[in-house]
Write a protein that binds this ligand. Structure first.
Ligand SMILES: [Zn+2]
Length: 478
């Protein structure tokens, strides 16, 4: 069920110059509510030009506070803080409600503050206290211009994003596009963003800031999931939808198909859900896959701190550890175990691929269903526009249709995600052992786990120095 929000608009003195009348404020707010999948159920419109004067009572603002408190609406969308509340008392009353009802929604078109967060509330207090208008006005004018340009599908200036040519942001930079697609493929195959980031930093990819090679984690995520990759226009990082509900397309060259891009986005969203803040870094191929042949507990890799390049002995070993509840009696030098297991897994996958049918790329079977639904929705909205149905009739049927549409879109993303993931995994078939060990460690582990569920390391006799593959027992998946 979509969250119900109220839209607040108000004329202020400086709006005339920008012709930012209530109608345009409302239009912008409604668009923003749409982007967030909120349902704008009511518009509160105050006409006082001077909201800052002490004695002016803003009737609609008061009504909105009452509705918000009563739970008739679940949040507010306004053009900016300046129009919503300029008197500290008004702001405090609003904040009080947000404090009491923590799940309330909040958004402004200019994205200047967010009363939905504690930081945002502090920020709002500061902004209202200083009423630093002149700087806000400048940035608001610029943002408004960006939005207009965005809606027309034009580039709004600024540097070309990674993937497009620096001198000509409408043309794809083939080299960068190749790196993006390669990283997306890795991501689909199970590689962490952090690993991709490290590699990009080493290779100077992703347009790092001048004078540094460091890149933020979220920047890499953004590059790989940027809606621009499929030609979608964004505004404040959100996809912009046109009158007919379809995304506004830019006029630049694209890098991904919608299917590819949705698959990547689905993987990122899923991971953020399943491992918030958790690092998946594992240093050794068989950590947690290997098990002790005696006590059956999981074995991790252990670095030999005395080891140096060129020195004799093991760089790392797999050690059953008492600390982790094991018997502590079994250990094996790491590298030969890894090599043996990698070789076995690759061979098994080659055999399996040779005997399997080649499955052709399939299209998502419910595309027509989604098209029909989109047509339905567009017709309903059109019908309300030319008054053949009422708003309330529209709102009786629309939410369910929208829910079905969103569900279908999710289903499509999942479908292509699984397909792309399967494709990415099949690539292991052609790998040499050397290429395998060049892959990021998560990818190596994925490939091993594709064939094996565990590896038992059996104890070797006393004083036995030579690596004996017979004491390594792979457990194959069914
Ligand atoms: Zn053990």
């Amino acid at each position: 069920m979509a969250r119900k929000v109220g839209i607040y608009t108000r004329i202020s003195r400086d709006d005339e110059g920008e012709s930012l009348g209530v109608a345009r404020q409302r239009e912008d707010c409604e668009r923003l509510a749409d982007l967030r999948n909120w349902q704008a159920v009511k518009v509160y419109e105050d006409n006082d030009v001077s909201a800052f004067k002490r004695n002016v009572r803003r009737e609609e603002f008061e009504l909105m506070l009452t509705d918000l408190r009563a739970g008739l609406i679940d949040g507010i969308v306004a053009y900016d803080l300046d129009r919503l509340a300029r008197k500290p008392q008004d702001l405090e009353r609003l904040i009080e409600i947000y404090d009491d009802r923590p799940r309330l929604e909040f958004a402004t078109v200019t994205n200047d503050v967010n009363l939905g967060t504690a930081d945002g509330r502090t920020m709002a207090r500061v902004m209202v206290a200083f009423a630093n208008k002149s700087s806000h006005d400048t940035s608001r004018r610029l943002k408004r211009k960006h939005l207009e340009l965005a809606q027309q599908g034009k580039a709004s200036g600024g540097p070309a994003p990674y993937g497009w040519q620096k001198g000509d942001p409408e043309k794809v930079d083939q080299e960068a596009a190749r790196h993006i697609k390669e990283a997306q493929k890795e991501l689909l195959a199970g590689v962490r963003i952090g690993t991709i980031r490290t590699r990009w930093q080493e290779q100077g990819l992703g347009n790092p800031r001048e004078g540094t090679k460091r890149m933020a984690h979220h920047r890499v995520t953004h590059i790989l999931t940027n809606p621009r990759l499929v030609g979608y226009r964004t505004y404040h990082g959100e996809i912009l939808y046109g009158e007919d509900g379809s995304p506004v397309m830019g006029d630049w060259e694209t890098i991904n198909t919608v299917e590819e891009w949705e698959a990547v986005c689905a993987v990122v969203a899923e991971r953020q859900k399943s491992q918030p803040g958790r690092s998946l870094a594992r240093t050794y191929l068989l950590s947690g896959i290997a098990r002790c042949g005696l006590c059956k507990s999981k074995i991790r890799g252990q670095t030999n701190h005395k080891w140096q390049p060129g020195s004799k002995g093991a760089r790392y070993k797999y050690q059953c550890s008492k600390v982790n509840g094991g018997c502590g009696k079994v250990a094996r030098v790491g590298e030969p175990v890894d090599e043996l297991i990698a070789q076995l897994a690759l061979e098994e996958q080659r055999d399996r691929a040779a005997s399997a049918d080649v499955s052709p790329e399939r299209r998502w079977p419910r595309e027509q269903e989604l098209n029909d639904l989109n047509t339905d929705i567009a017709q309903l909205i059109e019908a309300e526009k030319n008054k053949s149905i009422s708003v309330s009739t529209l709102l009786q049927v629309l939410p369910e249709k929208e829910r079905q549409r969103d569900e279908l879109k999710l289903d499509r993303a999942r479908f292509y995600k699984e397909q792309k993931q399967a494709e990415a995994k099949d690539d292991a078939v052609d790998l040499s052992l050397e290429e395998f060990f060049d892959l990021p460690i998560e990818r190596q582990r994925e490939i091993v786990l594709h064939s094996l569920s565990a590896v038992f390391i059996h104890p070797s006799g006393r004083g036995k120095r030579v690596f004996d593959p017979d004491l390594i027992e792979p457990v194959w998946r069914e």
